[in-house]
Design a protein around this ligand. Structure first.
Ligand code: SF4
Length: 884
């Protein structure tokens, strides 16, 4: 069964960014039919834009959908406006692929990426009509599963989740689903299924465990309630990052995602050993993908997506052992497709001229370095062993190479921090400012400050977290001193970090707090406009608890609520690291051959890492003497990719041709905005391999100019674009492009332009619409309203700057001069309206309808509007842009 699509159609015009809720993305998988035994909803507990950027779900979506008997679909959290309408109209939470209510899936999976998503999980269960608590769920399905980094302390969510997957899910999720399939066919009871699942490695079924607390209510221990249920749950980890985990056809978002690019995992794990970082522990040991495999994957994925940017993803990309070779092999493929390469945060000591030459294409987002602490003393405490000299050398190089924006990340409130360390942050920023001035121009420095939150399974898991007031004092220290005009300082709010700390190191009692906060209205707490600290304070008080109870320092021998979850890294190692931190002693990266005995020594991956790193030093010398890299990849050639490329193009300009295309935007794309439609078309050109011409400069863009923007929710048969291609002989452009267009976009006509055509936006001066009302109106009354409207000398309306509810600016506009004609269609069924465009300005069709029909905005948004033509007037004639 699917949700009532008519109801959905009625509410979509009324919400911001409706493209979030419609599905139909390129490379999405829709499976129906009897072969599908198990349906899995992969739920991301935040907005579409964030969820579509999450690589983990791209991997799982692909792995699960490869199995004929599994259908994996996606669900994202609706924004507050959409949720309000869904509740009003009685639309339950549904999947994007088949529009099935969540409650009808066998498995509902959440990823736990961020603590402030926890109330969203409850909210989504509620919106789906699934009982919040595991104990209240009666039938066999749906089974509520959760995984991801925060599953390593599952207790704050224990009552709400049936099954946690601990560690890498590539294999364990499939094992769980195989059992679910058996349970479905053999009609297990829910209890029987949960017990069987609990016996799988890496699976934690919280309802089969109970907490023991001391008389003060503090956590003492947690153990199984039944024989045969393991007392320690060992995390799963995949030995190799297999090529088949990564889809050659990744999903492409319909509307711009937060990280709107092809994200490619090159390595999992980081053994640098930063002592505040839980990812460094949870994803150990390091597993690298072979570089030739990465290159091939990128090639295929670019062909199938048309992305304009590739990001090499890992916890520490510059530590990938074959990075220079990978970049050299990738560059012809990226060069040919005009695809940019982006790097996440750089380590200053590994930011070399060679890397800079590859990365310099992507200047718009700036370069990011994370010194974390202001002094080398404190950096030794946290085991972040780069020096001020490293950082200044890297930034000097970045400025020299032409970057004008550098981003710096710092933490405050780290263990042992003193005023001297805070002053160190100020001094370091001052040095960077001076460096920027030396290089001249407009060099900008963005500094981001995060209060430290101790995380489970790290050497700092026992540390105290500063309260909001203490943190504010330290922030004030920085704010008073960092006053250079070129520096923009931003910070995470101390209260947000306080809640994060409560949830990160919470026990099962915190589950009551989460539910109480949610019942008070805490939803989308990760968004500053929604976060309300007072709700958490009230919820804690209601449960008889306090922030201090959870942010306090723990004794090293004290039982910890997450001690039954084992990554394999020993508590002794963490204690040893903590002691070294307090002495300011570093621990070297084990990737360099010196195992630090963290506890994973028996892991096959670790044995190989240790053996290979010992042997590797010898082989490296031989390979480099022979002129080839040990991986067999090409040696890097500095300057192949970057500004040099454009110089070559300047010398030999290709023979360009300009085509004008008329296309239609149909039902499937009507809720996708103008800019997102442009992006979808540009990607279609890339997938089709049409050689687009690009603008010059540091940020080349395809030479495409567009006709007047089409309003959201409006269909059209008269959209135009002019595209410049680098060849006269592209063949039949329409035929080449057609197979690559997303559903809802259709080419209607193509013509080659000669000479230097005037831009579409400069020549178009009429736009015609046909409007079909939701319900027919009285024709006589409508006729009268049209006469009255046309008789007015001015029609003032309030114009909103943004239709997104979060950003509204209102100004007064007279729309009357832009309305040329209005006539009735079909005896009160609708109207035909022609608008004038003057110097690029016009009236908005919805504004005209609101004034003409004297209806509220919500009513007007429900009428069906179709753009029938855009024209260029010549005397009394109206010409289509194809006729010019
Ligand atoms: S066991 Fe040794 S090699 Fe493996 S991750 Fe731990 S410290 Fe590194």
């Amino acid at each position: 069964m699917t949700i009532d699509r008519r109801k959905l159609e009625r509410i979509l015009p009324l919400v911001a960014k409706p493209g979030r809720y419609i599905g139909g993305e390129l490379n999405s998988v829709i499976k129906e039919g009897p072969a599908v035994d198990v349906r899995v909803a992969l739920v991301f507990p935040d907005l579409y834009e964030l969820g579509m950027s999450y690589l983990g779900y791209q991997i799982l979506y692909h792995i699960l959908n490869r199995e004929e008997w599994i259908a994996a679909e996606r669900v994202y959290a609706p924004w507050v406006d959409m949720e309000r309408w869904m509740r009003l109209e009685g639309i339950p939470l549904y999947s994007l692929e088949t529009k099935r209510p969540l409650a009808e899936f066998e498995v509902v999976g959440f990823t736990l990426q961020y603590e402030l998503h926890y109330t969203n999980i409850l909210n989504l269960l509620d919106l789906a009509g699934i009982p919040l608590r595991s104990s209240e769920r009666r039938g066999l399905f749906p089974l509520v599963v959760a995984g991801g980094p925060n599953a390593f302390n599952p207790e704050p969510l224990a009552p709400f989740i049936d099954v946690f997957l601990i560690g890498d899910a590539e294999e364990s999720f499939l094992e769980v689903l195989r059992l679910v399939r058996i349970a479905k066919h053999e009609e297990y009871s829910r209890d029987a299924l949960l017990k069987e699942l609990a016996s799988l490695r890496g699976v934690y079924v919280p309802s089969l465990y109970a907490e023991i607390r001391d008389p003060d209510g503090r956590f003492q221990s947690l153990g199984p309630l039944e024989v045969g249920v393991p007392s320690i749950i060992e995390a799963r980890q995949v030995t190799r990052l297999r090529a088949e985990y990564y889809s050659p056809r990744p999903l492409v978002p319909l509307i711009e995602a937060t990280h709107d690019r092809l994200s490619v995992e090159i390595m999992r794990g980081c053994t640098r050993g930063c002592r505040f970082c839980n990812a460094g522990i949870l994803y150990r040991p390091v597993r690298e993908r072979p570089a030739p495999e990465v290159v091939e994957h990128i090639r295929q994925a670019l062909d199938n997506t048309g992305h304009e940017e590739v990001s090499l993803v890992s916890l520490s990309t510059s530590d990938y052992s074959q990075l220079p070779q990978l970049l050299a092999s990738l560059s012809p493929c990226l060069e040919q497709r005009m695809v940019n390469l982006s790097f996440p945060s750089m380590r200053p000591e590994t930011f070399t001229p060679e890397i800079a030459s590859y990365a310099r294409n992507v200047r718009k987002s700036g370069l990011t370095f994370a010194p974390e602490a202001g002094t080398e003393r404190l950096r030794a405490v946290i085991n972040k062993m780069n020096t001020n000299e490293d950082l200044l050398r890297a930034i000097d190089l970045a400025f020299r190479e032409g970057w004008d924006l550098v981003k710096l990340y710092f933490m405050i409130g780290l263990p042992t921090e003193t005023e001297e360390d805070l002053q160190g942050i100020v001094d370091l920023i001052g040095e960077v400012v001076r460096l920027g001035k030396r290089h001249g121009g407009d060099r900008r420095i963005h500094v981001s400050v995060s209060p430290f939150v101790p995380k489970p399974h790290t050497p700092f898991q026992w540390e105290r977290q500063l309260g909001p007031e203490e943190t504010r004092e330290r922030l004030r220290f920085l704010l008073d001193r960092v006053r250079w005009p070129s520096v923009k300082l931003s910070w995470r709010e101390p209260e947000v970090c306080q809640v994060e700390g409560l949830l990160a190191r919470g026990d099962r009692r915190v589950a009551e707090v989460i539910e109480a906060a949610w019942r008070r209205g805490a939803v989308h707490e990760a968004w500053s406009e929604c976060f309300r600290f007072e709700l958490w304070a009230e919820a804690l008080a209601q449960c008889g608890l306090s922030f201090e109870e959870y942010t306090r320092a723990r004794k090293v021998r004290e039982p910890l609520p997450w001690q039954h979850i084992s990554k394999g890294v020993s508590r002794r190692f963490l204690e040893r690291e903590r002691a070294k931190a307090l002495r300011g002693e570093p621990t070297p990266d084990c990737k360099n051959g010196l195992c630090n005995a963290c506890g994973l020594m028996d892991e096959e991956v670790c044995r190989r890492i240790i053996a290979r790193s010992r042997k590797g030093a010898k082989e490296l010398g031989t390979a480099s003497a022979a002129g080839i890299d040990a991986s067999g990849l090409a040696r890097p050639r500095v300057g192949l990719y970057g500004r040099e490329r454009r110089k070559i193009k300047d010398v030999m300009p290709p023979a360009n041709a300009v085509f004008r295309i008329r296309y239609a935007r149909g039902e499937a794309m009507r809720f996708v905005g103008h800019l997102d439609t442009i992006r979808a078309l540009e990607r279609a050109f890339r997938r089709a391999g049409i050689p687009l011409a690009y603008t010059h400069g540091f940020n080349p863009r395809p030479k495409i100019s567009w006709g007047p923007a089409l309003p959201l929710g409006v269909t059209s048969e008269a959209e135009y674009l002019d595209v410049t291609v680098e060849s006269h002989s592209v063949g039949d452009l329409a035929e080449r492009l057609r197979p690559y267009l997303p559903e809802g976009l259709e080419i209607r006509a193509v013509t080659r332009l000669v000479g230097k055509p005037a831009s579409l936006s400069a020549v178009v001066d009429r736009i015609a619409y046909e409007v079909t009302f939701e319900r027919p109106l009285d024709p006589r009354r409508l006729g009268q309203q049209i006469l009255e409207f046309l008789a007015r000398s001015e029609v003032r309306v309030e114009r909103r700057k943004s239709e997104d509810e979060r950003e509204v600016e209102v100004k007064q506009v007279d729309i009357r001069p832009f309305v040329e004609s209005i006539e009735t269609v079909g005896n009160g069924k609708g109207v035909r309206i022609v608008l004038k465009v003057k110097e690029g300005r016009t009236a908005r069709i919805h504004e005209v309808l609101q004034e003409l029909l004297r209806q509220e905005r919500e009513e007007v948004l429900r009428h069906r509007i179709h753009r029938t033509g855009v024209y260029v007037s010549q005397g009394h004639r109206l010409l289509s842009p194809m006729e010019l």
